[in-house]
Design a protein around this ligand. Structure first.
Ligand code: GLA
Length: 730
């Protein structure tokens, strides 16, 4: 009996002790509306006890159940905040390492944590974990952006073992959500058909999304996902986790359901062929997972990510952008100085800010007259441009437009002086036949000499032409035959991207404000690692507007309009109005022969550019409401509302060509306006002489427009309609 009392006393003491420990070491990482709550459990392991809406009383975090500990388990903690491999956990690990002595087990226990202010509206929480048996530690970093509800997670790994440690896996984030059912939307594609979404309910086991292309995260799979809890994703309601990895190389996302129907999310660099040897005393820092938890569906998630990107990531995210005329679709490689000078004048006539000279301006031993030669030889082609780039910059400026240029400095054609001179700078296997992608190969950016070369190419352009106004940075090949002649091959995929970022860091330090477009055989390279350096990106070579409505819609899930370059081209022969209206939902440009435009097309375009100038603040810096999806409606409708809610623009397109599609539809309810304010609605971007059925003299309350809505009158004669909504007072 006495024994039993003692036992029960001991038991209750241990419960108190446990509660006490739990109460003391609780780590809430909060933003204005969300919280990720970590806890140190009784064994000193760090677990996730909440990820979702922020609780109103922080004191109640201690009441969160500890969940999912199997005492005689098949595994350790399902909800570990950074799951180590090789010891008790038998789940998909966040980290896997082989110690200097050859032991491949890892245990990570809590040592200390700290939360401190880290810039405007930001806190940085760091949690130090250590292996009790080895001088091996991991710091988990969580940067919380208060107003944007965005978290950034990455880890730093270091050790002081006697020799190097081999890292087989090193995730950026290990998340854990509790809902029961999960619907994963992921994005895949190919050239000209980028970011096609697919939604699937997660089932037991693991779903892995990844890329092994080397030079870019995107193309076959995109480095982003939406995970909707309890229901398929909805645009304006429901809980959704949206995540994207800030890394321009191979990535891996794994979604694993545990036996309790909770989901584990592991995100980071793809461990494929990337075992990293970490020397004692050195840090290995992973890229960051950028993510937001929305209680307002995918729309809420996108608006948070857009705001975050503009405020904290993209250069001049709250600034302006240049409209431009590009010559790629118009001339391809076939141009000379007189032709270009005429195009400058055309650009001015149209009303754009800048002329962008595309591929084909360089190479002499191997002239760049097609995509089979010259890449790597960044000297002006003397036959096409006898007076050099300086002359073109001056002529463009004389015509009244700025001058920008296309480069692809990470790549080389085997037919080039560069390749002949530095074959060891090229990624290729010594004992295998050369494999090319678009007739070109990738330079080994893990090699400091190559980094210096690439930096020199861009720096040289600016040094010789200080008023150069824009760079389009392309990247058209993936890495085949991954082998570096100077580095351990298993470091190549990681060090390639790091080498690229080193070059871009140096360039941005010297040229902080020049606009730069990130391009890649279409749009297969956008991610928030690269968007630290680039003001904008090229979503797809496919500029056919009926396709673009979908492509832009999907990119808009993660990336803001200010960074999304859309050009009016001749890819399809739909009316210029339709093409222009679609291109306006982002950063507008042109890539067509202005002199081939009919007079009314030119007049329309000149007026559209003026309208764009007026609407830019709402499109660039406003909130996006995707009112009607092109996947579920005959009429797709996107609405951009300025920050002050005083100006908005509604774009609506007919996306179904079946009989009567689009006719007799109910009004579209607007969002994001002030209910008590009054607004007028005016149709703009009309072809010369066209009349609008929309009465611009009526003034509506925001309440009316959001409760009843309005009908843009889209039909098979009005396939695209742009409405400007302007606040007129109360
Ligand atoms: C890629 C780009 C195009 C164009 C060509 C030039 O395909 O996406 O816009 O710049 O390269 O070769």
């Amino acid at each position: 009996m006495r024994f039993l009392v003692t036992l029960s006393l001991l038991f209750s003491l241990s419960v108190i002790a446990q509660t006490a420990i739990a109460a003391i070491i609780e780590i809430p990482i909060e933003t204005a509306r969300t919280a990720l709550v970590l806890r140190v459990n009784n064994e000193g392991h760090l677990v996730i006890v909440h990820h979702g809406k922020r609780l109103q009383r922080a004191s109640e975090y201690s009441r969160l159940p500890g969940i999912t500990y199997l005492s005689e388990g098949y595994s350790d903690f399902y909800n570990a905040a950074y799951t180590p491999a090789g010891s008790r956990s038998l789940l998909e690990p966040a980290i896997q390492a082989t110690h200097a002595d050859g032991n491949s087990s890892l245990d990570l226990v809590y040592v200390r944590h700290e939360t401190k202010p880290a810039g405007q509206g930001q806190t940085l929480t760091t949690v130090l974990l250590k292996d009790p048996q080895y001088p091996f530690e991991v710091t988990l970093n969580f940067r919380a952006y208060q107003n944007e509800d965005v978290l950034e997670s990455w880890s730093t790994i270091r050790h002081t073992e006697k020799k190097a440690v081999r890292l087989q896996k090193y995730a950026s984030a290990n998340l854990y959500l509790s809902a029961g059912t999960y619907f994963l939307t992921h994005y895949h594609g190919n050239w000209a058909s980028e970011v096609r979404p697919e939604e699937t309910q997660l089932t037991a086991g693991m779903k892995v999304l990844d890329s092994k292309l080397g030079t870019r995260a995107q193309m076959l799979q995109s480095p982003m996902f939406m995970l909707s809890l309890n229901q398929p994703a909805q645009e304006e309601q429901g809980e959704v986790l949206a995540g994207t990895l800030a890394w321009s190389g191979n990535f891996q996302f794994a979604f694993e359901l545990d036996p309790y129907h909770n989901v584990r999310v592991l995100a980071g660099i793809n461990p494929y062929a990337s075992e990293y040897t970490l020397e004692p005393g050195r840090d290995f820092t992973t890229p960051a997972l950028i993510y937001t938890f929305s209680t307002q569906g995918t729309g809420g998630a996108s608006r948070s990510l857009h705001r975050w990107a503009r405020n904290h990531r993209i250069p001049q995210g709250n600034g302006d952008r240049l409209t431009l005329l590009n010559n790629w679709e118009a001339t391809q490689f076939d141009f000379d100085e007189p032709k270009l000078v005429d195009l400058f004048k055309d650009g001015k006539k149209l009303g754009v800010d800048l002329f962008l000279l595309d591929d084909g301006w360089f190479g002499n031993t191997f002239p760049r007259n097609n995509d089979r030669a010259g890449l790597g030889d960044w000297q002006e082609n003397k036959a096409k441009l006898p007076h050099g780039l300086g002359y073109l910059v001056k002529e463009a400026e004389a015509a009244g437009v700025k001058f920008g240029i296309w480069i692809e400095p990470e790549m080389v054609n085997p037919k080039s002086d560069l390749y002949t001179k530095h074959p060891d700078w090229v990624i290729k296997l010594p004992n295998r036949e050369n494999a090319v992608f678009r007739n070109q190969q990738v330079l080994d950016l893990s090699n400091p000499a190559v980094q210096e070369f690439v930096y020199g190419v861009v720096d040289g352009l600016f040094t010789k032409n200080p008023s150069l106004g824009y760079i389009k940075w392309d990247c058209n090949a993936v890495i085949y035959n991954a082998y570096s002649s100077v580095n351990p091959t298993s470091h190549l995929y990681v060090d390639y991207v790091r080498g690229l970022y080193k070059v871009l860091d140096r360039l941005r330090a010297k040229y902080p404000t020049v606009p730069m477009m990130l391009c890649s055989g279409g749009g297969a390279r956008v991610d928030y690692g690269a968007l630290k350096y680039f003001t904008e990106f090229w979503p797809s070579d496919n500029t056919s507007p009926s396709e673009r409505i979908f492509i832009q819609y999907n990119y808009s899930m993660f990336f803001p309009a200010i960074a999304t370059c859309n050009h009016v081209t001749n890819w399809s022969n739909v009316p210029i109005k339709f093409r222009t209206d679609v291109a306006m939902m982002g950063k507008l440009g042109y890539d067509l022969v202005v002199s081939h435009m009919k007079p009314d097309e030119l007049t329309f375009s000149q007026q559209a550019l003026k309208n764009y100038e007026r609407l830019k603040p709402a499109i660039y810096h406003g909130d996006l409401y995707r009112l009607q999806s092109p996947y579920t409606h005959d009429v797709a409708s996107m609405f951009y509302v300025s920050e002050k809610q005083d100006k908005a623009v509604l774009f609506s397109y007919l996306v179904n060509s079946r009989f009567k599609a689009g006719s007799d539809l109910p009004p579209i309810r607007l969002r994001g306006l002030q209910p008590e304010k009054r607004y007028t609605v005016q149709e703009i971007n009309l072809m010369p002489g066209a009349k609008s059925p929309i009465d611009s003299t009526i003034s509506y309350s925001g309440d009316f427009l959001m409760t009843v809505g309005l009908n843009p009158a889209v039909n098979d004669r009005r396939t695209s309609v742009v409405l400007e909504v302007t606040e007129t007072g109360r």
